[in-house]
Ligand binder design. Structure first.
Ligand code: SF4
Length: 210
């Protein structure tokens, strides 16, 4: 299944992750991410969503400041808000759902090994990016390098900044892929570069405002 040119997808997913747009994933009738035993985070600023999620379905998010909550799942791993015809609060769904894009796994090469998420893993294997330009190939290489770096340097970031789930690893790899690129002084073309662990750490801290 076509995931489109890599650099086009990358630009769009970065906007979605930063909250400037919503993910535009051609899900079709796939509801794998709503049926895979995932806790859905809802921030205190998501007042519209909170007004549509019954209080009995949410609970305080561990290790997060007061006001952050999680929406759980039922005994079969389904989100309790998933109805016969899809999400029952679609227009008001949490930011986590609006920005979720399972193509981050195809992009980073990170594998989903959680047995509760086999449907997502299956879906991920269908995605095929295309690489019509040099920028597609080099940005893909940078995203993969960032994912590999994060896996190999798990102790680099302090607890509140460190990714814990494979989804968090994939999203952070996409967010910091630019640290694994530099612009050629003569041609202005992007090319791969290997940053030091310290420089990646400093930049993640700076970007998170810590
Ligand atoms: S809130 Fe809606 S989109 Fe989000 S997991 Fe539940 S059913 Fe899916």
């Amino acid at each position: 299944m076509s995931a489109g040119p890599f650099s086009v997808w990358l630009e769009q997913v970065l906007l979605a992750i930063s909250g400037q747009t919503v993910s535009d994933v051609p899900c079709g009738d796939c509801t794998a991410c709503c049926t895979s035993s995932q806790f859905v985070h809802i921030g205190p600023d998501e007042t519209d969503t909170l007004a549509h999620v019954p209080p009995e379905l949410r609970f305080p998010a561990p290790l997060m400041p007061e006001g952050h909550v999680l929406l759980g799942y039922d005994e079969s791993g389904r989100c309790p808000l998933l109805g016969e015809n899809g999400c029952s609060i679609y227009a008001h769904r949490p930011r986590t759902c609006r920005t979720y894009d399972c193509r981050v796994f195809a992009a980073t090469g990170l594998e989903i090994i959680d047995e509760n998420q086999v449907l997502i893993a299956r879906r991920v294997r269908w995605w095929q990016f295309s690489f019509p330009k040099q920028v597609d190939r080099v940005t893909h290489e940078a995203v993969r390098a960032a994912a590999k770096f994060l896996e190999e340097n798990r102790g680099l970031l302090q607890e509140d900044l460190a990714p814990r789930t494979v989804t968090q690893f994939a999203v952070l790899a996409v967010q910091i892929h630019d640290l694994f690129l530099e612009s050629d002084a003569e041609t202005s073309l992007l090319r791969p570069v290997a940053p030091t662990a310290q420089s990646v750490r400093s930049e993640v801290i700076r970007r998170r405002g810590s």
